[in-house]
Design a protein around this ligand. Structure first.
Ligand SMILES: *Cc1c(COP(=O)(O)O)cnc(C)c1O
Length: 402
């Protein structure tokens, strides 16, 4: 059966506007489309393909587990899930893990747990959830309401209540909102969708202190920043602040859908038998692949490599900017980088992305003003060089130099 991009409009719900090309296979940081055009991938499936496409170790984990056991439901536990949870607990502050299938579901679990913990420990009044403008936490109705873009949660009728927002990196605003009624503060250690904006050290430390003062839980949404992307296994490790609940997804499965919520034993004890669940969450297939991904990522070679590759990106991007003067700032950490367009090009990130695709480079945007890169953590340096040459070509075409 022949399918093309035009088929999309005939058979799919119109909530996406996918690119004109259809990728059909990938290897490392290269992807080929239906016409066998080869692309360099700086998008990584939106910060997901953390070891590139079809990494041999992940393919073998998939094949090995695929021949053993795919799914049993949570009526039973399974070995890959138990091993993965043990390794996550060993590698982080956490003592207990809940598995889901996506970032939104991991966050949904985190928010529901925070509510149960606060209600159970302090009483019904303690139900306020505070999050940040431009934050993104997923598309379930609770998580999208907690996310800081009303445009994403409007139009669906009454929203879950007791959710408030303030500006990211603005401690005074947060302080003014918090009280003994605050149940939890949910934040990304670096805004991803919201424009690649790192939290300042002063801000995260201040948020932690305010949460402690008001007995509120601090939830770090590390769905995008986690699993090695910033050069630490999780971004909190580079910030000197430990959350009470942490969520992971995207890179965690290296491309296989999985999400995880990590927390302490005391907090976890409030999700008693029957209070929450998922049919597929923690399935052996997904956990086996995530376990192999974690084994590979959580090594000094990979994490130090991220820092070196960041330096390479930054050096070349600065050179490009000196030549063409399009960015106001190059920001982010590790291999989650944003090029914020200067006043002359503000609002045109999408034009650069389209030009990049034409130049056979896949990248991302983060809002209308920022071009985002979230490549594989093991992208060869030569692919970074070649990809940035293509990026420079794309810039030239947008700004009319050729
Ligand atoms: C992508 C993302 C989510 C949502 O993850 P899904 O797997 O799409 O549900 C949540 N939080 C952050 C920070 C994200 O970047």
């Amino acid at each position: 059966m022949k399918v093309t991009r035009a088929t999309f409009n005939d058979v799919m719900v119109p909530n996406y506007a996918p690119a004109e090309i259809i990728p059909v296979r990938g290897e490392g940081s290269r992807v080929w489309d239906q016409n066998d055009v080869e692309y360099i991938d700086f998008a990584g499936g939106i910060a997901v393909n953390v070891l590139g496409h079809c990494h041999p170790e992940l393919v073998s984990a998939l094949e090995e587990q695929g021949r053993k056991l795919w799914h049993v439901s949570n009526v039973m536990t399974n070995e890959p899930a138990l091993r993965l949870a043990t390794k996550l607990n060993d590698a982080t502050f956490s003592e207990r893990v809940f598995f889901a299938n996506s970032g939104a579901e991991a966050n949904e679990a985190a928010l529901k747990l925070a509510r149960r913990f606060a209600l159970g420990t302090y009483g019904e009044e303690k139900n306020q959830i505070i999050a940040f403008n431009k934050g993104f936490h997923g598309r379930t109705f609770f998580t999208v309401t907690v996310g800081g873009q009303a445009a994403y949660s409007d139009g669906f009728g009454p929203k879950p209540g007791q959710v408030d927002h303030c500006d990211y990196n603005d401690l005074a605003q947060l302080e003014a909102l918090m009280s003994s009624k605050t149940c939890a503060v949910m934040m990304e250690p670096m805004l991803g969708e919201g424009g690649i904006v790192p939290a300042t050290e002063e801000f995260v430390k201040g948020v932690r202190a305010l949460c402690d003062k008001h007995n509120a839980l601090l939830i770090f949404d590390e769905v995008q920043s986690g699993a090695g992307r910033t050069g630490n296994l999780f971004a909190y490790m580079g910030l000197g602040v430990t959350p009470d609940i942490l969520t992971s997804a995207k890179s965690l499965g290296g491309g296989f859908p999985i999400g995880a919520m990590l927390t302490t034993e005391t907090i976890a004890s409030h999700l008693k038998v029957g209070t929450h669940g998922s049919t597929y969450g923690g399935n052996p297939l997904g956990c086996a692949i995530a376990e192999r991904t974690l084994d590979i990522i959580n090594t000094p070679e990979i994490l130090n490599g991220v820092k070196q590759k960041e330096a390479l990106f930054r050096a070349r991007l600065n050179e490009i900017n000196e030549k063409h003067n399009v960015f106001e700032e190059i920001r982010g950490k590790g291999l989650l980088l944003g090029c914020a367009l200067n006043d002359k090009y503000k609002g045109r990130a999408k034009d650069f992305l389209i030009a990049a695709t034409k130049a056979e480079l896949m990248c991302l945007v983060a809002g209308a003003d920022v071009i985002r890169f979230a490549p594989s953590l093991v992208i060869p340096d030569s692919d970074i060089e070649e990809g940035l040459l293509r990026f420079e070509q794309a810039i030239s075409s947008v700004i009319g130099e050729q």
